[in-house]
Design a protein around this ligand. Structure first.
Ligand code: ADP
Ligand code: TRP
Length: 348
C-alpha cells in the first residue's frame, strides 16, 4: 500500500437476540464491546451498526406480546448501557426488509451440508428435538445481516464464530460467481475470550437459570448474589482467588483497588464468603447505577425510544438498499442494468 493511501473504513456490526432480559454474561461478553467500538471511543470503528435480532428470536419466542416487550426492553437496555444512537446505527432487524431479500439470494448459493454442520441445528437434532427451516437456515439470515451493511468486523462471543465463517463462505461463493459484490467480514472476540460464570459456577446462561440480570431489582439481585454457590472450606483456610467464580464476578464490577484488597483477603484466609457477597452486592449497585438511572428516564419516554429506532432503521435501510441493489444487479435480477463487467468478461 502506498504511504499516503487511506486505509478502508472499518465498519463494526453485531446483532443481539431479544430473548429475555440481558444478564452480566451478555453485558461483559458482548454489549460492552459494542459500546467500545462505536465511533468516537478509544477502540472505535469508523461506523457501527447494532441491531436487535427479532427475526432470529422468532425461532424461539412464540408469544407476540412477549416478543414486542423483549424488543423494546433490549432497545432501552442497550441505550441505557451506553450505546449512543447518534454515534452507532441502532435498529430492529425486521425494520430492514432488504435483509430478508438478500437472505434468499444467499440461500441459492448455500450448500445444505454447510448448514447441517452448524451447531444450533446440529445440537437440536442430536438431542432428537424437532427443528424448523428457520433454525436450519438461521446462519444464512445472519450472513445477510452482516453482508447487507458491508461490515468488516463483527464483535461476537465464541459461539458465533462458526456463523461468521459461514458468512465468509457464502460471500466468497457469491463473489466468485457474480463479481466483487460483498465485503468479507472478520469476527472480533472479546479480549481473552472471557466467559462470565453464573451463580452456580457454570457459564452464565438463560438456559442454565444461573443469571444475574443487569437491570434486576436490587432486592432480588441481592438474594441471587447471596445464593451464589461456594465451597465448604473453613473460614481460616487461605484461598486462591483465581478460578473462584465469586471472585470473578466481583472483579467484573469492583474498582481495581478493591479487587486487590479482596484478592489479599482470599490469600490470607479467615473470612467468610458471606462478606464477599455483601461487597459484591455493593459493587454491582455502584457499577450499574448510572445505567439504571438512564434506563428509568428512557422507560418514561417511549416516544423517544420509538424515534431512535425509526431513525436507526432509516439509516440502516439506506445502506442495505445500496448493497442489495448491487447484489440484484450482479445476479441478473435488475433488468434495467447492463451486465456487470465480471459476467461480461466471463462470457467473452
Ligand atoms: P444465553 O446463553 O443466556 O441464551 P445468548 O446466547 O443470548 O445468551 O448470548 C448473546 C451473546 O452474549 C453471546 O453471543 C455471547 O457473546 C454473550 N454471552 C452470553 N453469555 C455469556 C457468558 N456467560 N460469558 C460471556 N459472554 C456471554
Ligand atoms: N446469532 C446471534 C446470536 O445469537 C445474533 C445475530 C444475528 C448476529 N445476526 C447477527 C450477531 C449478525 C452478529 C452478526 O448471538
Amino acid at each position: 500500500m502506498p504511504i499516503d493511501a487511506v486505509p478502508p473504513p472499518t465498519r463494526a456490526l453485531s446483532g443481539i437476540q431479544p430473548t429475555g432480559r440481558f444478564h452480566w454474561g451478555n453485558y461483559f461478553g458482548a454489549i460492552r464491546q459494542y459500546i467500545e467500538l462505536q465511533p468516537g471511543d478509544r477502540q472505535a470503528a469508523d461506523e457501527a451498526y447494532y441491531f436487535i435480532a427479532d427475526l432470529h428470536a422468532l425461532t424461539t419466542v412464540r408469544d407476540p406480546a412477549v416478543l414486542r416487550g423483549f424488543v423494546r426492553d433490549a432497545a432501552i437496555d442497550l441505550v441505557a448501557l451506553g450505546l449512543d444512537p447518534e454515534r452507532a446505527v441502532l435498529f430492529v432487524q425486521s425494520d430492514v426488509p432488504e435483509v430478508t431479500e438478500l437472505t434468499w439470494l444467499l440461500m441459492t448459493v448455500t450448500p445444505m451440508g454447510l448448514l447441517e454442520r452448524c451447531h444450533a441445528y446440529k445440537d437440536k437434532k442430536t438431542r432428537g428435538l424437532p427443528a424448523d427451516a428457520g433454525l436450519f437456515t438461521y446462519p444464512v439470515l445472519m450472513a445477510a445481516d452482516i453482508l447487507a451493511y458491508d461490515a468488516t468486523v463483527v464483535p461476537v462471543g465464541e459461539d458465533q464464530v462458526q456463523h461468521i465463517e459461514v458468512c465468509r463462505d457464502l460471500a466468497g461463493t457469491f463473489n466468485h460467481l457474480y463479481g466483487e459484490v460483498f465485503t468479507l467480514p472478520r469476527p472480533r472476540l472479546v479480549e481473552g475470550g472471557a466467559k462470565v460464570p453464573g451463580t452456580d459456577g457454570q457459564k452464565m446462561s438463560k438456559s442454565y437459570h444461573n443469571t444475574l440480570d443487569v437491570f434486576e431489582e436490587p432486592a432480588t439481585l441481592k438474594k441471587q448474589i447471596m445464593r451464589i454457590t461456594t465451597d465448604s472450606r473453613p473460614l481460616e483456610e487461605p484461598k486462591e482467588p483465581e478460578g473462584d467464580h465469586l471472585f470473578q464476578l466481583f472483579s467484573l464490577v469492583a474498582p481495581a483497588a478493591e479487587q486487590e484488597v479482596m484478592a489479599e483477603l482470599y490469600r490470607r484466609g479467615g473470612f467468610g464468603y458471606g462478606e464477599v457477597k455483601k461487597k459484591l452486592v455493593e459493587a454491582a449497585g455502584q457499577f450499574f447505577a448510572d445505567a439504571r438511572a438512564r434506563r428509568a428516564a428512557l422507560e418514561a419516554d417511549p416516544a423517544r425510544v420509538d424515534a431512535m429506532l425509526e431513525a436507526g432503521a432509516e439509516r440502516a435501510r439506506r445502506k442495505a438498499g445500496e448493497v442489495l441493489a448491487r447484489a440484484r444487479r450482479a445476479c441478473g435480477l435488475d433488468r434495467t442494468a447492463p451486465p456487470p463487467a465480471a459476467v461480461a468478461r466471463r462470457k467473452g
